[in-house]
Design a protein around this ligand. Structure first.
Ligand code: HGY
Ligand code: MN
Ligand code: MN
Length: 401
């Protein structure tokens, strides 16, 4: 095969571009993401890999037979709205090139590339949905009833993707096939720029959670309703969003974001009756996260009371801080010319799998450090270096298996 990571990425550069937001919008099971899934399957089959999609929508491309003891790599193809080109697809493209290197080197051993659905949780609200289903980290009934902004359930979207939603759920037989999982991902920060190195090995993933905060007031006419006596949930939400920044700035290393606000009904000349905001909070110490969220909840209640509104706060997901196995981490770092060990504030399927199988991550330098935005970047040379590093790591693990 003569494919390079850059050439593979160029093949999908026009899939799911978002002219209004910039960047890419590739929600799970959307036309764009389904096109990317087909692109991956075609490349995997061209390489003679045995391609299967499991009941949770995870695509598996096998080499050396389907079975236990496999060394697995891969990532995701779905994106956030207006996301960058590399978050997810870089890992998938690099996996294909790494498999080409292993074939050229004549490396034996059972291995697979996995492509996980809904890693971002951008359509159905829960990150790493595919790996959570695989490992039993989410109740299948809850997964089936998750809905997108149009009211389509994950069950319906799963059905439209050609799968049976009744079969969603823990798949311990598939999980048992993985001896080691190594995910390559674009770095979502400037650590490698600071180190002046192209590749790092992950040390940890910041604990993170998502909360839905719904303010309810009284909808009315913008022109006929005097300011006195309004019960405006948009004002309550605005006060809370400002409080989130104020409260979080007081906590070293904490990050809290409100990136999504949905008013109902959402008219320019209408006082909203309800406003939903979504809160993303992250910190290395899960106990600190909980304390900060409690303070934000109190601020939400105060903001609601101030506007004579009510508020309901719902935890939608929480993932504890992940520390990757230091032995595997250091083994890969040593193998890769003493590559830096870097923590990340971004979640990954590897973080979900880590409690079930031996797991590691590689990061590839991002010269802008930007992610979840069009500015995300990877130099072609670093992309190829990353794929070679992945191949070296997989070869070492296959030799040990
Ligand atoms: O939100 C995250 O950290 C990841 O990109 N899903
Ligand atoms: Mn990602
Ligand atoms: Mn992401």
């Amino acid at each position: 095969m003569t494919d390079t990571v850059a050439s593979l990425m160029a093949e999908i550069a026009d899939v799911g571009t978002d002219p209004s937001r910039g960047g890419y919008s590739r929600p799970v099971y959307s036309t764009a993401e389904l096109d990317l899934r087909s692109w991956f399957v075609e490349h995997a089959e061209r390489r003679g890999l045995d391609v299967q999609t499991d009941r949770n929508g995870i695509i598996w491309a096998w080499s050396g037979g389907v079975g236990e003891g496999a060394v697995v790599t891969g990532s995701h193809l779905d994106s956030v709205p207006g996301g960058g080109a590399y978050d997810g697809p870089l890992g998938v493209a690099s996996s294909l090139v790494a498999f080409d290197r292993l074939a050229e080197r004549g490396v034996p051993g059972r291995r697979a590339i996995a492509v996980f659905p809904e890693e971002e949780g951008s359509r159905f609200g829960l990150a790493c949905l595919g790996s959570r289903l695989l490992t039993g980290a989410i109740d299948p009934d809850r997964a089936r009833t998750l809905t997108d902004a149009d009211g389509t359930t994950f069950a319906e979207a799963t059905r439209r993707a050609g799968l049976d939603p009744a079969r969603l759920g823990p798949d311990l037989e598939t999980l048992a096939r993985i001896a080691t999982f190594v995910e390559l991902h674009v770095e979502q920060g400037l650590g490698l720029v600071d180190h002046d190195r192209p590749v790092a090995v992950a040390s940890s993933i910041l604990g993170h959670g998502r909360w839905r905060i719904g303010f309810t007031g009284e909808g009315n006419h913008a022109g006929t309703t005097l300011m006195s006596g309004r019960r405006d949930p948009m004002v309550a939400a605005a006060v809370l969003i400002s409080d989130v920044q104020r409260l979080t700035r007081r906590v070293p290393d904490a990050r809290a974001t409100v990136g999504r606000l949905v008013p109902t009904p959402g008219g320019t000349n209408v006082i909203a009756s309800h406003v939903d905001v979504w809160l993303d909070v992250r910190h290395p110490d899960d106990a600190v996260t909980r304390i900060l969220v409690a303070e934000i909840e109190a601020a939400a209640k105060a903001a609601a009371a101030e506007q004579d509104c009510t508020v309901v706060i719902t935890e939608e997901s929480f993932s504890a801080t992940v520390d990757f196995d230091p032995v595997l981490r250091d083994r890969l770092a040593d193998l890769l010319d003493d590559a830096p060990r870097l923590g990340t504030g971004a979640g990954h399927d590897a973080g979900i799998l880590k409690d079930h199988v031996s797991t590691a991550m590689l990061f590839v330098r991002n010269p802008t450090g930007v992610s979840h935005a069009p500015g995300e970047a990877v130099e072609d040379a670093d992309a190829e270096t990353g794929a070679e590093a992945l191949a070296d790591g997989l070869e070492a693990l296959l030799g040990a298996s």
